[in-house]
Every structure is written in C-alpha cells, then in structure tokens.
Design a protein around this ligand. Structure first.
Ligand SMILES: Nc1ncnc2c1ncn2[C@@H]1O[C@H](COP(=O)(O)OP(=O)(O)O)[C@@H](O)[C@H]1O
Ligand SMILES: [Mg+2]
Length: 473
C-alpha cells in the first residue's frame, strides 16, 4: 500500500558523512592556522637572534685584535659569512665600529628590525610581511648579543635569506598540518560514522522502506541492543511500526467486515420487504387470531427494515466531506423539525428561538441530518413519557453567537438520558436505550458536526435533555 500523498524520497546528495568530514577538516585547518602564526613569528625572531649572536661572537674576536686595521680581508670575509651578513656595526659606549667587505660597496639597509622589541602581534606581522612582500632588500637587524649587555650590534643582511627559510618552514608546516588533519578527521569520522551516522542512515532508510510498504512485516526495523539515544529511537520506531502494521491489518479486516455486513443487510432488507408485503396481505384476513397477531408482526418487520436501513446509511454516509453553503439557520431548523415530525405535532410544542437572518456556512444536508436525529430522539422520548406536573412537552432550539463560533442548544423537557444511553453516548451500535434503536443517531450526528470542525456535546441539566452544537464561524 504505497502512500501517494508523500513525495518519493529524494536521494541524499550532501549527506551527513560528507558534511561531517568537511567540517572536521575545516576546523582542524583553522586550528592549524592559529598555531602556525605564532610559530612562524617565532621562527623569524630566532633566525634574527642567531645573526645577532654570531655578530656578538665576532665582536669579541675583534676586541682581541689591537688595531682593526690589522684585520685581513680574509678574516673579515670569514667573520661576515659566519653571520651570513653583508656588513656589521658594533657599538660600544660611544664608539662604533664598521666591518665591511673591502671589495664591495657598503650596502644601504631598506629598513631596520629591532630584536629588542618583541610584541607578539608585531612579530607575527613582521614574519608575514617578509613572507608575502619580501624581496632582495637589505635589512638591518639590531640586537644585544648574549652575555654582553653593553654592546649593541647591527647586522646588515639580505632578507631573501630569511624569506627562503621561512617559505621552507611554512611548506613543511603545511604538509604536516594536512597530514595531521587528514589523520584526525579520518579517525573522528570512523568513530562518529560507527556511532551515529550508520545507525541514523539505517533508521532513515528503514522509515522510507516501511512507509512505502507498511503491509510488509519484514520492513519493521529490528532494534539493536544499544542503550543510548539511538537505541531508544530504534526501539520506539520498531514499536511504532509494528503498531501501525497491526492497525492497518485491523482496519483492513474491519473494512472487509463492513462490506460483508452491508451485503448481508442489503439482502436482508429485500427479504424483509417481501415478508412485509406478505404480512400486509395476512393482516387483511378475517381470522381474529391473525387480526390480533398481524399488527405486531408488521411492527417487528418494520423495525427490522428500519434497522437495516440505518446500518446501511451509516456505512454509506460516513466518509463524505461536507460541501459548505451559506444557509439560514432558522429555516434549516424548521425544515429538520418538519422532517422529524415535530413541527406540526398534536402534543409536542416546537419552539424555534433562533432569529431570522442568522447565516451559517455548513453542508445543509449533513447539518439537517444532525438536527433531524436530535429532534427524532427528543420526539421519541417525549412520546413515551408523560409529564407529571401538567407541563406541555416541548422542544426548544436556542442560539448563542460569539466571535469564534455559533453554539446552538437543542433541549427538551422529556425524561432525560437513561443511564445506559449516558454511558455509551455517541458510540455507534452501543448507545441505544430503546427497543428498535440502533444507537447510530447520535454517533452519526457527532461525526458530521466534527467533520465541520465543530463539536457536539451533551449538557447535563436537572431535568430533560440538552445537546449543544458548536460550529466555527
Ligand atoms: N432527547 C432525548 N431524551 C431521552 N433520551 C435520549 C434523547 N436523545 C437520545 N436519547 C437516548 O440515547 C439513545 C441513543 O440515541 P441514538 O444514538 O439516536 O440511537 P437510537 O435513537 O437509534 O436509539 C437513545 O436510545 C435514547 O435512549
Ligand atoms: Mg435516534
């Protein structure tokens, strides 16, 4: 039994697993960048510290030489290349000493980088600046070498050297991060996949499969032993599906049964009809025995036929949706009162207190049927009941209108509901409290009113019987 009112399930394109992997990788990359920035800044400052340190060593070597003029070009070359520098400036209290290659012109520094200033954000900015905009400029690295507080050295060095190392370092970090991210996301994915995604996929697949064919008991999910939320979902789904399965089967059986009853009823009514014709003829015979029994026979047959008719009606009328029309409520009530034979009744007074021009939007046939059922019940109750204190039997219709709804009360001053009728109120085939009744009248009335979005209620009163029909406006 495929369910047409739902769309066919769409294929999952960007499913949970894909979303999960993408998210994990993105998160790890963000974390890696956060770690990378300080580490690249640290790399640059250490590189510059190294230059300053080597320059400091050079300064100490030079101190041992009595006259700087004695430094051979060879020595200067060695000193400078050990610091990878183009030139060095060594400043001690008021004195400054320049060490440069004699064969090359003194380079001009494009900018200075002072290793004594170590604000973290500046360090990061400095590293990024070289990485992205660095070229072949000469930078002047200023710093205080270790163990020599009174010496300040300046190392003139080509920034391209630093840039190359920074690039190599960044590249390594990038590959390493990628490796870590892949490993981690894969591990997290495996974990979550087993824990969540596979069970959820199983649940959704099962729902789709079951919904497409709820008649097949094999489609009911077999819950796992898990004790977490997924386990609960599986068990609840299994319970729901097997309930639904049972209910569907039951409904099918009921529908089949209803069909069978309708068929039996139909045949029975025809048979009874023939019997009625015969009994009418028998009633015309002159025999006094027959004359005495015939009316009872006719009555019994009458009742049986009516019973069959109302059961058939119940089966037929059940599922017709109301066709709404604008109708005059007072006129509709009067019409139904005629139909129920109370409008011109020798004993019963019909009091329609609904004013003219109250227009409601209902299915006139269905609501007339509701009224007729209620009126007939009231008439039947009033006819078999004699009022004690000389009151006149009456049926009264009254209306209360408010913003949201119209509420109509139909009351009679009869005997009131019998206990049996009260206990089974509105229950088809069960609520009847009189011989020959089917207990369908009120059940049908309630169903029709509810199909209009309204409610039919019994209002307990001290005497008599009162029902209230509320309909939305
Ligand atoms: N106005 C009324 N006064 C007294 N009893 C009523 C009234 N309306 C309904 N009942 C009781 O409720 C029962 C159920 O009514 P209904 O559903 O119409 O079935 P039926 O009329 O076929 O018995 C009636 O048999 C009757 O006993
Ligand atoms: Mg009735």
């Amino acid at each position: 039994m495929a369910n047409e009112q739902f769309d066919a399930p769409k294929r999952v394109i960007f499913g949970l697993s894909m979303k999960l992997i993408t998210m994990i990788i993105a998160m790890i990359m963000v974390v890696e960048v956060l770690i990378y920035l300080p580490s690249v800044a640290n790399f640059r400052i250490s590189w510059m510290d190294d230059r300053v340190h080597v320059a400091g060593v050079a300064a100490r070597v030079i101190e041992t030489v009595p006259d700087t003029m004695d430094l051979t070009p060879d020595m200067i070359g060695k000193l400078l290349s050990s610091a990878e520098a183009e030139a060095l400036v060594i400043r001690t209290e008021g004195q400054s000493q320049l060490i440069e290659r004699p064969d090359m012109p003194m380079p001009v520094a494009a900018y200075a980088a002072d290793t004594r200033e170590r604000a973290p954000l500046d360090l990061i900015a400095g590293a990024l600046e070289i990485l992205f905009f660095g070229s072949n400029r000469t930078m002047r690295v200023i710093g205080v070498p270790m163990d020599s507080q009174d010496v300040v050295v300046e190392v003139l060095v080509n920034e391209a050297l630093l840039r190359q190392e920074l690039i190599a370092y960044s590249r390594n970090i990038f590959w390493l991060s990628l490796l870590v991210a892949s490993f981690t996301s894969f591990a997290i994915f495996l974990f979550l996949n087993g824990l969540l995604i596979r069970p959820i996929t199983r649940l959704t697949r099962n729902m789709v499969a079951f919904q497409q064919d709820p008649d097949d008991a094999r489609k009911i999910i077999v819950p796992s032993e898990r004790r977490d939320e997924v386990g609960i979902a599986e068990r609840e789904l299994a319970a729901m599906e097997s309930n639904l399965f049972t209910m569907l089967k039951q409904k099918q059986h009921l529908a089949d049964l209803g069909l069978a009853v309708a068929k039996i009823n139909h045949d029975l009514r025809n048979t009874l009809g023939s019997a009625q014709l015969l009994s009418d003829q028998v009633a015309n015979l002159d025999d006094p025995h027959v004359q005495r029994l015939a009316p009872r026979l006719v009555n019994t047959l009458d009742r049986a036929i009516k019973f069959c008719q109302s059961v058939l009606d119940y089966g037929r009328h059940k599922s017709v949706a109301p066709k709404f029309e604008q109708v005059d409520l007072r006129a509709l009530l009067d019409e139904s009162a005629s139909e129920a034979a109370i409008r011109v009744h020798p004993e019963i007074e019909w009091l329609n207190q609904v004013e003219d021009d109250v227009i409601i939007s209902v299915d006139p046939d269905q609501i007339a049927r509701v009224f007729t059922n209620l009126f007939k019940n009231a008439r039947e109750a009033l006819e078999t009941h004699s009022l004690k204190n000389g009151d006149h039997p009456s049926i009264l219709a009254n209306l209360i209108v408010d913003q949201a709804q119209v509420c109509l009360t139909i009351a009679d001053n009869g005997p009131g509901l019998s206990p049996r009728a009260k206990d089974n109120l509105f229950r088809a085939f069960e609520g009847s409290g009189r011989a020959g009744g089917t207990g369908l009248g009120l059940a049908i009335a309630k169903e029709l009113v509810e199909a209009h979005g309204g409610a039919l209620k019994y209002i307990p009163e001290e005497s008599g019987t009162k029902f209230e029909i509320c309909l939305p406006r």
